[in-house]
Structure formats: structure tokens, C-alpha cells
Design a protein around this ligand. Structure first.
Ligand code: SF4
Ligand code: SF4
Length: 427
């Protein structure tokens, strides 16, 4: 702990605001829903403890290095505490202000820095991801993964285990730029195809286009689009997030659409945040506000539309996993369940400890593999407890994370199940 200087440990660029810090009345209602508090029972790894650390740093009583960074790094950013807090504490805003401070002002260990840089040099770029997919396929077929698994350091082991099965045809497939609505047009929408989603989950994007079209939406999917900046935003890489946010706005704002549709929970929550991210930029603030106001998760949009396309019967018990960035960050819980219930024969069940993160959390399962593994196993146990035929969740990160610990239950995005019911395709 550094000597109190009376001067804030944060730099003047968007520090966590004193007003937001003071909103916390230290009641502790958020503690039981916090995954890291559940794991370790440590006050400083709870929301209340982290707010207290931010408070001390803001008063200049502690520095940002060492323990402060360690406890903030250990936070999943799952926002379960935001849902649980009766006083309306905006921990999401506090964390968003704090993480960039760490990235700017704290010198990370060389290995940590290199690992994080490697993630941000690869993941947000589709061409690089496609090249990596080719290498990944060769690697997966070489038999090497089994051989080297035991000797890999934990972070690389996590990366290897989370690599989805590579399908080159999917990785290189292009989505149609325009898909016409079936029947009279009810909505004109633009779709984010994303970066990781576009390369490794092409089928989810294709299913989204088909379902939206069947429900009367004309779907525009611009080719020249990419990462929305979500990974950077959640990891405190503000420059990265701002750059990708501006590019995404510039791509979509010229399209004559009613809504911008997203099928990835983490991306949708970030795109709704652009208005806040760019609020102080005179050139972009208004554009960001208009953009964010149009963003809809695909489940949110479908729930607004009276079902029009006939659904085939699917007799199955489906467990729905709430992705944190859909449930906690966007408050979208009912809509995906309601959309699934439009499929005749489907039984939709909830999971025990549904509010608890699965450990995916953006790049968390790569940079904090041990706690992520504990949470992944716990989520897998909770899924097994309800014995579903199928697990669905609207976030690819969750799919990859849970699949690692649960290989006996098939999994998919809810839109793929709807696609199967409406179009008899996919999944
Ligand atoms: S964040 Fe909210 S729930 Fe948690 S201690 Fe503070 S006031 Fe209480
Ligand atoms: S965001 Fe999640 S992990 Fe972080 S303090 Fe809140 S509940 Fe805990």
C-alpha cells in the first residue's frame, strides 16, 4: 500500500466518479450474487470490496498497482451486482471507468502484457482469425493438442481448450448482403456479423438472417464491418473500443433501417454503451446516441413482433442459460424465453444459480483460467441438475466456455433452434 497523498490515484481522464462511489451504502446485498465472492469469500473480491478499493484510490489512500489491480482484474464484469443492488449502484460505470485507468497507469508483467496484446492483435480481426482458423484446423488434426496439453501453461491450455471445432467452409463463407422479408415487410434491419462470430459462428449469423426474414424483416448485412469493440471495452482498452465503435457507427448509420440487430450478448451490450463511451466527443456524441438507440438484441426484436412464420413442433426439454451481458447488462431475460416458447412442444427450463456467470466473460477465461474453470464446472453441474435435452444461450463465449465442461449436452444459440422450427434448417 502506498503512502496516502491526498491526491487521487486515478488520472484526470474519466476516473470513477465520486458521486457514483458514494451511492454504495455498503449493505452487502450484492455479495451472494458475486461469482468471485462465492469462490473465495474475500471482501475485496466482492462488489462492495471493489467499490471500497476504488474509493480509497480516489482519495489517494492507495495506489493502483498490486492489490488494487489484482482485485479489479479478478472481477468478471458480469454485472450480477448491478442486478442485485437495491440502491441502484452503477458498478458497470465504475468498472468501465476503472479498467482503462489500470491499462493506462499500471505496468503489467511482461508475460501478461504480451498475452493480452496477442489477444487484441488477433481476435478483433476477421482476416487474422481466418488465418488462425486454418492453423487451428491443422493443429486440431495433428494430434498435438493431446500431446502438449499437460505441459502448456494454464492460459495457453485454456486457449487450446476453448478453440471451437474449426470448419473452414464456415470460417470463409460470406453472408448475403441483403435478405428479403417473406411477405409484407414489418421491419428493415441491419445485422452485425461481428468478428469471432463471423468466423467461428457463421451458422448462427445465417440462422439469424433466415429467421428474421421469415418473420417479415428485410435484413441488410454490410460486408465491410468487423469487431464492435466489445472485447476492448470490457477489458479497459479504451482506445481500441473507441476506434471500433466509431467504425461500426460509420458503417451502420448510413443504412435506412429501423433497428441494428445483434445476436451476441456482449456485442449488443457494448453497442448500447456507445452513447456513453463517446458522450464527450463533440463529433461523435450525437451519432453514437442515435446508433445506440437503434440497437436490439435479436431476441428483443423478435419478442416485439407477433410470431408470423409457422413453427414445427419440437419435443424437447431446453435449458436456457442467461448470458450475463444479456440478462444483467441489458435486462433481457423474458424475451428469449418468450421467443423459445413460440415453438410448440418445447419445454423451457431455468438453471439453478441462473444469475451466476459461467466464467466466460469476454477474455476472462483466457486471462484468469483458474477461477473461470471453477465457474465453468459449477455451471455445468447446474445444467446437469435439470437434465435437459439441449442447452441454449445467446452468447458464443458462453457456448465455448460451457462446452468445455459439459460434453454430454448438445448446445446452440436460441436463434438456431428457432431456425430449425421455422425453416427446418440449421443445428
Ligand atoms: S453495491 Fe449495492 S448491494 Fe452492494 S454493498 Fe453497495 S449498495 Fe449494497
Ligand atoms: S461484476 Fe460480477 S464479478 Fe465483478 S463485482 Fe460485480 S458481481 Fe462480482
Amino acid at each position: 500500500m502506498t503512502e496516502p497523498s491526498g491526491q487521487s490515484a486515478f488520472d484526470p481522464h474519466n476516473p470513477p466518479s465520486r458521486e457514483l462511489l458514494d451511492d454504495c451504502v455498503h449493505c452487502g446485498f450484492c455479495l451472494p450474487t458475486c461469482p468471485t465472492y462465492q469462490l473465495w469469500g474475500e471482501e475485496m473480491d466482492s462488489p462492495r470490496g471493489r467499490i471500497y478499493l476504488m474509493d480509497l484510490a480516489e482519495r489517494g489512500e492507495i495506489g493502483l498497482e498490486g492489490s488494487f489491480t489484482q482485485h479489479i482484474d479478478a472481477c468478471l464484469g458480469c454485472m450480477a451486482c448491478v442486478t442485485a443492488c437495491p440502491s441502484g449502484v452503477q458498478y458497470d460505470r465504475l468498472l468501465e471507468a476503472t479498467r482503462p485507468q489500470i491499462e493506462r497507469n499500471v505496468e503489467r508483467r511482461m508475460s501478461d502484457r504480451l498475452f493480452r496484446n496477442a489477444i487484441f492483435t488477433l481476435f478483433p480481426y476477421r482476416r487474422r482469425l481466418r488465418a488462425a482458423a486454418v492453423l487451428g484446423l491443422v493443429y486440431q488434426r495433428s494430434g498435438l493438442p493431446k500431446l502438449v496439453e499437460r505441459v502448456l501453461p494454464p492460459r495457453l491450455r485454456a486457449m487450446q481448450a476453448l478453440l471451437p471445432p474449426v470448419r473452414l467452409r464456415e470460417a470463409f463463407a460470406a453472408l448475403p448482403r441483403r435478405v428479403r422479408a417473406k411477405g409484407p415487410v414489418r421491419r428493415r434491419v441491419a445485422m452485425l456479423s461481428g468478428c469471432v462470430q463471423d468466423v467461428f459462428f457463421h451458422e448462427v449469423n445465417a440462422a439469424t438472417q433466415r429467421v428474421l426474414a421469415a418473420e417479415g424483416c428485410e435484413v441488410l448485412t454490410p460486408r465491410r464491418q468487423g469487431c464492435c469493440g466489445a472485447l476492448g471495452l470490457h477489458a479497459g482498452r479504451e482506445e481500441h473500443a473507441v476506434e471500433h465503435a466509431k467504425r461500426t457507427i460509420a458503417t451502420f448509420e448510413k443504412l435506412p433501417v429501423d433497428a441494428i440487430v445483434v445476436n451476441v450478448a456482449g456485442c449488443g451490450s457494448s453497442m448500447k454503451e456507445y452513447a456513453h463511451l463517446l458522450a464527450d466527443d463533440p463529433e461523435w456524441a450525437e451519432r453514437a446516441r442515435e446508433f445506440s438507440a437503434k440497437v436490439r438484441d435479436v431476441n428483443e426484436l423478435l419478442a416485439e413482433l407477433e410470431p408470423r412464420a409457422p413453427r414445427r413442433r419440437i419435443e424437447a426439454k431446453v435449458a436456457y442459460h442467461d448470458a450475463c451481458h444479456l440478462g444483467h447488462a441489458q435486462g433481457i431475460r423474458e424475451q428469449p424465453r418468450a421467443v423459445l416458447r413460440t415453438i410448440p412442444g418445447l419445454e423451457v427450463v431455468d438453471l439453478p444459480e441462473a444469475e451466476l456467470c459461467c466464467g466466460s466473460a469476454g477474455i476472462y477465461n483466457l486471462v484468469q483460467p483458474e477461477p473461470a474453470a471453477e465457474l465453468g464446472e459449477r455451471k455445468a453441474d447446474n445444467v446437469r441438475a435439470v437434465a435437459p435435452d439441449l442447452l441454449v444461450t445467446a452468447n458464443p463465449g458462453c457456448l465455448l466456455q460451457i462446452r468445455r465442461y459439459l460434453d454430454d449436452v448438445p448446445m446452440m444459440h436460441p436463434i438456431q433452434l428457432l431456425d430449425r422450427a421455422i425453416n427446418g434448417t440449421g443445428a
